[in-house]
Design a binder for this molecule. Structure first.
Ligand code: NIG
Ligand code: FE
Length: 396
């Protein structure tokens, strides 16, 4: 995880949305297509693969400012949820919003991701919690992403919380998700993955097993919010089903780490959520890396626990709060994020044949990305070879 394959005085050649050549400048310039290509001079600045942010909840109707204030007054995330706020405030707002309004809001958000150097995100539903509202979120995501240029891999998160109508019969809600929602999402090809929040007061490990079985028979991939607020057993289920990713993992123990490693499940860490919730503890990234578990980093962008879309801020937190090296953090935010989305062979690194997704940063040394914090250093961002954000100066 600490090998960047960094090339000093490098160059890239893009053709038809893909990387045609990458490496030392002199060798890339000898490529037969190089002479006729438009030139973007990065002026010696750092160029990286676009970030692959593999855990976000970017479709919502409103920020959650009341929750934020309650937390500042000392209430915990769990208390706020029990009082009808938390995820439920976002659910009420999303149910009331039109698909067009959600899509338009997401398109604004998509630009912000691109401007900070993120070219691919994973994006979850989960603020609808009834069939029509969940489908509305996923359709809004599809429409909004299409318009923006940001690539979004959709995840169905109907199992984000027990819908308020099912408060007293949670197993009936799980049955509804398994029997009606997952098949409907699969039929319309609205998502590639199914996720669940495995946590006391949300979904038990046994319920997540039922959800995973239904997702698997519908042909969808698996990911899970696991061991975030307590040890709920989600990591073990993720390993059992060989899920693509287990996320958060604040309370993961050594047995969980070993089970995920053996299963080939990626550990996706979202330190921005810990930061925003004002927590002292962060996930055990060093233990994971030392034990050979592949770690990805993501924002967890959402209105409740991480209103931050900038992966550069996540790199900074990974370094200062989880003692990841800048190199490890960059790997975690690019190729490992791609692998967590099943896109490892096409995204996440700048190699011939892969997507021409790249970001230019206003610095020279990769370590600077985790060093300067609170800033956006991205000065130009390319998606499939097109300049989609930042400087407009493409020279012929
Ligand atoms: O990843 N843990 C559950 N889901 C989100 C929070 C979503 C919300 O509060 O709206 C998370 O932290
Ligand atoms: Fe999340």
């Amino acid at each position: 995880m600490s090998e960047l394959g960094f090339v000093k005085d490098g160059a890239l050649l893009f053709s038809e949305g893909r990387v045609a050549a990458a490496g030392p400048r002199e060798s890339v310039l000898r490529h037969p297509q190089a002479a006729s290509a438009a030139v973007y001079d990065a002026g010696g600045r750092l160029v990286l693969p676009g970030f692959v942010d593999s855990h976000t909840h970017p479709v919502f109707a409103e920020p959650r400012l009341r929750d934020f204030e309650s937390r500042l007054q000392g209430k915990s995330y769990a208390q706020i949820q029990e009082e009808g706020g938390g995820i439920f405030s976002s659910v009420a707002a999303v149910r009331a919003a039109s698909q067009e309004a959600l899509a338009a809001r997401f398109a604004v958000q998509a630009r912000r991701f691109l401007e900070c150097g993120t070219t691919t995100i994973e994006a979850k539903s989960g603020y609808g919690l009834d069939l029509e509202s969940e489908l509305k979120m996923l359709r809004a995501l599809r429409a909004g992403a299409g318009a923006s240029g940001l690539e979004a891999v959709a995840t169905f998160l109907g199992a984000h919380a027990i819908a308020p109508e099912y408060r007293d019969r949670p197993d009936d809600y799980v049955a509804l998700v398994c029997e009606r929602m997952i098949p409907a999402v699969a039929r319309e090809a609205l998502a590639r993955y199914v996720d669940a929040f495995c946590e006391a007061g949300y979904f038990s490990a046994a319920q997540v097993e039922r959800l995973f079985a239904a997702a698997t028979s519908a042909g969808l991939g698996l990911r899970v919010h696991a061991e975030q607020l307590s040890h709920g057993g989600g990591a073990r289920i993720a390993a059992k089903f060989k899920a693509a990713s287990a996320d958060h993992l604040d309370h993961a123990d050594d047995a969980d780490i070993e089970a995920l490693r053996a299963a080939g499940t990626i550990a996706t860490l979202v330190p921005g959520a810990n930061h925003f919730l004002g927590l002292d503890a962060f996930p055990p990234a060093r233990r994971m890396i030392e034990r050979g578990l592949a770690v990805a980093l993501a924002t967890d962008f959402n209105p409740g626990t991480c209103p931050c879309w900038n992966m550069q801020q996540v790199l900074s937190l990974a370094a200062t709060r989880m003692r990841m090296s800048a190199q490890e953090a960059i790997v975690a935010a690019t190729i490992n994020g791609a692998c967590a989305l099943g896109l490892g062979s096409t995204h996440g690194s700048l190699e011939p044949g892969k997507a021409a997704d790249a970001a230019v940063f206003d610095c020279e040394d990769p370590r600077e990305l985790a060093y300067w914090f609170g800033a956006n250093l991205a000065t130009a961002v390319f998606k499939r070879g097109e300049l989609v954000a930042g400087e407009k100066a493409l020279k012929k």
